[in-house]
Design a protein around this ligand. Structure first.
Ligand SMILES: Cc1cc2nc3c(=O)[nH]c(=O)nc-3n(C[C@H](O)[C@H](O)[C@H](O)COP(=O)(O)OP(=O)(O)OC[C@H]3O[C@@H](n4cnc5c(N)ncnc54)[C@H](O)[C@@H]3O)c2cc1C
Length: 428
């Protein structure tokens, strides 16, 4: 039996394989084609939707990790698709290199990361898929396909975010940058003041994001800039314990109290918001971006056009006040540069991402449905790894290139061997 990270998806594949080479991955796919079985790839299982679910064959790339080759002159590194972001950060650092931007944890595989359009924050940076310059995969005909901005560029734009629907990616070439240090400052601020100064915060900092705690006026801001001076401090015990205790263990206890006593949600939300720590630390980028997330939750995240952000957020705040949702997880707000990847939520527009979370033992339906309606009214597009209720029909309206993607997907997988019931709703 397998579950995803949040344990909201449980499934029983008939077989799970852990290939160690591209040849093995290809043989598994050819066997599946010949025996008319479905196949799904899984990275770290950190998606909140049933993307990896299958009753047939599941291929885990946990034993397919590491660097394949380094082109030092171009600062490009080719890695096996199963490589976890934490290992990737360490391996790149050994080469004097780093990813230009990352999301807020490093547990995912790079294959899973790019397949769902995972992103960090910073209006100058695209989703992590935009850091990919070449891809190699085994498609649904058992063929090995290679593409990049110069080799089969149309297919490349489809494959950069493809939900594991075109085949199993084996190798990913990343455009890296020289390793860099960051100074991160986490502060407790008034949300009204944050909203009033957003344009400056976004334009004057490398990375800016903030969390707003419903039922309060509190925002927790995270501002990150290059640190030219200053030694990369070893993670101080205070910072480590503060992250572990406040963001995880203490928070988990408060989540349990909130679950058992929903009438106390407001007080708990205020307690959580009040306990937000002020942190300032310098370290290498791959250490700074990654947070520890031990409290399980379910999550919905939507991309909205950057210019609509303030209207969307004001409407969400109004709704939260009116509906008094029993939620004590903060709402996370991030910014991402637009791109030209067919299924990227940031396709064709600079974007804001708004994410809402609910403790995994609590019902998220009313909260998520209400916020999803707001996102949709402003042209929102769902994060592919997070919960949503969209289907082929609505997605075709959201993504100008949806039909083009689906046609390329069908060429790569004519017998739909990579299509599970969840993807069937999206693509057929
Ligand atoms: C605690 C937590 C924090 C998160 N933080 C962020 C964040 O900061 N920013 C953000 O944008 N998202 C975030 N996410 C979402 C997460 O990044 C995505 O769901 C991501 O896809 C998970 O990577 P994974 O390796 O676990 O992929 P999985 O969930 O295992 O798989 C995701 C998809 O990728 C496909 N896939 C995996 N490997 C391959 C391969 N080799 N070839 C083809 N297809 C493949 C799978 O079939 C599936 O369709 C977070 C999730 C959690 C649980």
């Amino acid at each position: 039996m397998k579950t995803n990270w949040s344990a909201n998806i449980i499934f029983c594949p008939s077989a799970i394989y852990y290939p160690t080479s591209e040849d093995e991955i290809r043989s598994l796919i050819i066997n599946a084609i010949n025996s008319r079985q479905k196949i799904r790839a899984i990275g770290s299982g950190h998606s909140f939707t049933a993307l990896c679910q299958t009753n047939d064959i599941l291929i885990s790339l946990d034993k397919y990790q590491g660097i394949v080759s380094v082109d030092a002159s171009k600062q490009q590194v080719t890695v096996k698709a199963g490589t976890k972001l934490k290992l990737l950060g360490d391996l790149l650092f050994q080469q004097g290199l780093a990813m230009e931007n990352l999301g807020d944890i490093d547990a995912q595989s790079i294959g899973g990361t790019i397949s769902t359009g995972t992103h960090g924050t910073g209006i100058a940076f695209g989703t992590i898929s935009t850091q990919v310059v070449r891809l190699k995969w085994v498609n649904g005909k058992g063929e090995i396909v290679v593409c990049s901005a110069t080799e089969n560029p149309a297919l490349f734009k489809a494959a950069q975010v493809s939900l594991g629907s075109m085949g199993i990616i084996t190798e990913i070439t990343l455009q890296c940058v020289p390793a860099y240090k960051l100074l991160i400052k986490n502060e407790k601020e008034n949300v009204g003041q944050v909203l009033a100064s957003l344009p400056e915060r976004l334009s004057q900092n490398r990375n800016f994001e903030y969390y707003w705690f419903p039922h309060t006026d509190t925002a927790w801001t995270k501002t990150t800039n290059i640190a030219l001076e200053g030694k990369p401090a070893k993670d101080s015990l205070f910072n480590y314990l503060s992250e572990l205790m406040v963001e995880n263990y203490t928070f988990k206890i408060l989540c349990e109290i909130g679950r058992l006593l929903p009438s106390q949600t407001k007080h708990i939300a205020k307690l959580v918001a009040g306990s937000v720590p002020t942190i300032s630390k310098i370290n290498y980028s791959h250490k700074v971006y990654a947070s520890i997330r031990l409290v399980r939750f379910t999550e919905m995240e939507y991309n909205v056009p950057a210019e609509a952000y303030e209207d969307v957020m004001k409407e969400i705040m109004k709704k939260c006040k009116a509906e008094n949702f029993p939620v004590h997880f903060p709402i996370e707000n991030r910014w991402v540069k637009g791109d030209d990847i067919l299924l990227s939520p940031a396709y064709g527009r600079d974007s804001a991402y708004i994410a809402c979370h609910v403790y995994h033992k609590q019902d998220n339906s009313h909260y998520f449905q209400t916020l999803e309606a707001i996102f949709r009214a402003y042209g929102g597009r769902p994060h592919w790894g997070k919960m949503h209720t969209q289907t082929t029909h609505t997605l075709a309206d959201m993504y100008p290139q949806f039909a083009a993607f689906n046609a390329l997907r069908k060429q790569q997988d004519p017998d739909d061997i990579f299509i599970n019931p969840y993807l069937e709703k999206l693509f057929n």
